[in-house]
Design a binder for this molecule. Structure first.
Ligand code: MTE
Ligand code: MO
Length: 376
C-alpha cells in the first residue's frame, strides 16, 4: 500500500506510525490555506489500505430499514435518484495534540491507539456525495427501534489475535439532521485511496473515528455498535481513572468534538527577532458549531489579545477557522504564547493540559502553549 501513499501524500508528511500509515503535515504548512490540500490532509489508519474496484462496488443498507437495499456507486452518483451534496467540513482525530498529554503522563502506552500526534491531525475539505438521510429514505425509512447507524469499513486490523473489520456507530439523530454524508469526492478530486475510496462516511462535528473509510455497509441497529473500535477505543475517562480501575464501562464514547485551537507558526525552535510585534497563525475548531472568537496571550495567559475578526477565515458550520494575529510583544527572552478559542455556544478551553488529561489521552482541548526565545 506504500505505492498509494507515495503517490497520494506529500513526501514530507510526519509519520506518527509507519504501519499502519498514520501521518500529519508539517506544522507550519497546515494553516496556509483554509481548505487543506488532499496531499497534506492527515491520515489515520487502523490497518491496511484495501483496494476496491469502483466498478464492482456496492453499498449495503441493512438492519432496521423498511427496504434493505444494495446500491451501486453509479446509483449513488445518479442525480435523478439522489441530490448531490457538497459541504466544507473539518475532520479532527481525537488524538490531535496527544503529545502534550504524553509529556504530562503517558497513561496506558498502547501505541496503536495512542499515536503521538502533534497539532496536525485535523484537516478541512469540501466533501461531495449524498446525504445519508436521502439514502435511508430511498430504503423506505427506519423501522421502529432503529436508533443507531453502524458503519463498516473494508479494512481489517488485528487485536489480541483476532481480525476485525473497522466498525463504529452514530445515533440516527445525526443522520436526520443531514450531518452524515457518504462522500466520493474530496476537494473536487476523486476521493484518494488512502482517504477511503471509493466511498466514505463524513460525520460532521464528530470525532474523526466515526467517519468510516472504505465504507461498504450501513446497518441500522437498536443500540451503539458492539464492535471493538466503538466499545474499546475512543473512550473518555475521568481524571481519576488509571491503570488500577480503567474499564470500558467507566468511560463514555467520544462523539461531538469540543472547542479547541492551536498555534501553528512560529515553530517553537525559531529564534524570533522583531520590533515589538510577532505574527502568529493557527486554527480553531468546534464540533458543535464554529469558533466565534480566538484570543492569544504572549505572557503565558495573563493578558489576552483578540484575533481581529477579519483575520479569521470564513465561518462554516462544523469547520475550523484559520487565524492570524500580529501580537504586540515588548519583552525579551523566554516567552510563552497561548491560544484559546470560544465557540458560538460560549464554550472555551481548559487552561492547562493537566485538566484535559485522561487515561487514553484523547481530545487535548486545553489551551495550546508554545515557548519562544525572543530577541527584541
Ligand atoms: N475508517 C476505516 N475504515 N479505518 C480506519 O482506520 N480511522 C478513523 C476514520 N475512519 C479509520 C476510518 C479515524 S480514527 C480518523 S481520525 C479518520 O478516519 C481519519 O480520516 P483520514 O485518514 O481521511 O484523515
Ligand atoms: Mo482518529
Amino acid at each position: 500500500s506504500w505505492k498509494y501513499v507515495l503517490k497520494e501524500k506529500s513526501q514530507d508528511m510526519i509519520h506518527v506510525l509507519q504501519f499502519p500509515y498514520n501521518g500529519e503535515p508539517p506544522r507550519d504548512r497546515l494553516v496556509k490555506t483554509e481548505i487543506t490540500p488532499n496531499a497534506d490532509y492527515f491520515v489515520r489508519n487502523h490497518g491496511g489500505i484495501p483496494e476496491i474496484n469502483p466498478n464492482d462496488f456496492f453499498l449495503d443498507i441493512t438492519g432496521l430499514v423498511n427496504n434493505p437495499k444494495r446500491i451501486t456507486l453509479k446509483e449513488l452518483q445518479d442525480e435523478s435518484i439522489f441530490p448531490r451534496q457538497s459541504t466544507v467540513v473539518t475532520l479532527q482525530c481525537s488524538g490531535t495534540r496527544r503529545i502534550e498529554q504524553i509529556h504530562e503522563y503517558p497513561g496506558d502506552g498502547d501505541e496503536l491507539i495512542n499515536a503521538p500526534w502533534g497539532e496536525g491531525a485535523i484537516g478541512t475539505a469540501r466533501w461531495t456525495g449524498v446525504s445519508l438521510k436521502k439514502v435511508i429514505k430511498y430504503c423506505g425509512g427506519l423501522k421502529d427501534g432503529g436508533h443507531h447507524l453502524e458503519f463498516y469499513g473494508a479494512d481489517t486490523y488485528f487485536k489480541k489475535g483476532q481480525v476485525y473489520n473497522y466498525a463504529v456507530s452514530v445515533p440516527v439523530r445525526k443522520m436526520k439532521l443531514n450531518e452524515v454524508m457518504l462522500a466520493w469526492e474530496m476537494n473536487g478530486e476523486p476521493l484518494p485511496k488512502i482517504h477511503g475510496a471509493p466511498l466514505r462516511a463524513v460525520v460532521f462535528g464528530y470525532i474523526g473515528a466515526r467517519s468510516v473509510k472504505w465504507l461498504y455497509e450501513v446497518k441500522v441497529i437498536g443500540a451503539p455498535s458492539m464492535a471493538p473500535v466503538q466499545m474499546k477505543e475512543y473512550i473518555y475517562y475521568t481524571p481519576q481513572i488509571g491503570k488500577q480501575n480503567a474499564k470500558y464501562s467507566n468511560g463514555f464514547s467520544i462523539q461531538t468534538m469540543p472547542v479547541s485551537s492551536a498555534i501553528m507558526t512560529p515553530l517553537s525552535h525559531d529564534q524570533i527577532i522583531h520590533d515589538g510585534h510577532i505574527k502568529l497563525t493557527g486554527w480553531a475548531y468546534s464540533g458543535s458549531g464554529w469558533p466565534e472568537r480566538v484570543e492569544v496571550s504572549g505572557d503565558g495567559g495573563s493578558i489576552w489579545y483578540e484575533v481581529p475578526y477579519d483575520k479569521m477565515s470564513r465561518k462554516y458550520f462544523h469547520a475550523w477557522r484559520t487565524w492570524e494575529i500580529d501580537l504586540p510583544v515588548d519583552a525579551e527572552g523566554g516567552l510563552e504564547f497561548v491560544v484559546r478559542a470560544w465557540d458560538n455556544a460560549l464554550n472555551t478551553q481548559p487552561t492547562y493540559v493537566r485538566s484535559a488529561w485522561n487515561w487514553d489521552l484523547h481530545v487535548t482541548s486545553s489551551c495550546h502553549r508554545i515557548k519562544i526565545y525572543s530577541i527584541n
